[in-house]
Design a protein around this ligand. Structure first.
Ligand SMILES: C[S@@+](CC[C@H](N)C(=O)[O-])C[C@H]1O[C@@H](n2cnc3c(N)ncnc32)[C@H](O)[C@@H]1O
Length: 200
C-alpha cells in the first residue's frame, strides 16, 4: 500500500485511538513495560499518546508518528499528563537520528505497520546507546494453529482497513535482528508480546 494511503487510514482512526487511550485494556501491559523507561526516550509511532500516563517522572520523550491527526491527540495527552515531549511528524522508515542518541526506545503496536520491519530494527539498534534498552509491546501471529489460520485469512482485509499486519512473527523478527532479548511475556495465545531488549 502507498504511504499516503496508509497515513490516511491512520488519520481516520485517531479519534478511536484517543478513546481507547482512556480504557483499561492494555493498561497493565503498558504499565509493566513503561515503568522501565529512563533517560532520553524515543517513542516510535506514538499514536494518540496511550503510553504517556505510564512513563516515570524525570524522563525526556521524543515521539514520532507520520499521522498529523494522531499527533494532535498525542499533544493533548502530553499536556494532560504533564510530560515534556518533542513531537516529530515523520515516517519512521525515512527518519534518522545520530547513532546512540537514546537511553530507551519504545515501540508499542508499531511493528505491525512498517513495510520493512527489519530495517527499522536495524535503525533502533543504532539509535540506542550501548547500555540502553528497547521496550516493545507488539502483536503478531498466534502460535495456536486455528487462530493463526484465521489471522492469515483475514490479514489482507485487516491491513486494507486498519493499516496493520496480523501475521508477523514479532519475536522471530527481533531475534533475527540480533537485538539481545532479555525477557518476553506473551499473552492472548501468543498474539501479544512484551519484550525487553538491549542493542547488539
Ligand atoms: C496501531 S497504532 C499504535 C499507536 C501507539 N503506539 C499505541 O500503542 O497505541 C500504529 C501507529 O503507528 C503509526 N505508524 C505506522 N506506520 C508508521 C510509519 N512508517 N512511520 C510513522 N508512524 C507510523 C500510525 O500512524 C499509528 O499512529
Amino acid at each position: 500500500m502507498k504511504k499516503k494511503e496508509l497515513i490516511r487510514i491512520f488519520d481516520k482512526q485517531a479519534t478511536l485511538y484517543e478513546k481507547k487511550r482512556e480504557g483499561p485494556k492494555q493498561k497493565r501491559w503498558r504499565q509493566n513495560l513503561l515503568s522501565h523507561a529512563k533517560g532520553d526516550v524515543l517513542e516510535l509511532a506514538v499514536g494518540a499518546g496511550a503510553n504517556f500516563p505510564f512513563y516515570p517522572s524525570g524522563i525526556k520523550v521524543t515521539a514520532a508518528d507520520f499521522s498529523e491527526a494522531m499527533l494532535e491527540k498525542a499533544k493533548s495527552a502530553a499536556k494532560h499528563h504533564h510530560i515534556e515531549v518533542d513531537f516529530i511528524c515523520s515516517d519512521i522508515e525515512e527518519m534518522n537520528f545520530s547513532d546512540q542518541s537514546f537511553d530507551t526506545i519504545v515501540s508499542t503496536l508499531s511493528f505491525c505497520s512498517y513495510d520493512n520491519p527489519k530495517m527499522v530494527l536495524d535503525k533502533i539498534n543504532r539509535w540506542c546507546r550501548p547500555n540502553g534498552q528497547i521496550l516493545f509491546m507488539e502483536h503478531g501471529i498466534s502460535s495456536n494453529l486455528a487462530v493463526s489460520a484465521v489471522q492469515k485469512a483475514l490479514n489482507p482485509l485487516l491491513y486494507r482497513a486498519y493499516g496493520c499486519h496480523h501475521t508477523r512473527n514479532i519475536v522471530g523478527l527481533i531475534r533475527e535482528s540480533g537485538l539481545k532479548i532479555n525477557k518476553v511475556e506473551s499473552y492472548w495465545l501468543n498474539m501479544v508480546h512484551l519484550i525487553w531488549a538491549n542493542p547488539r
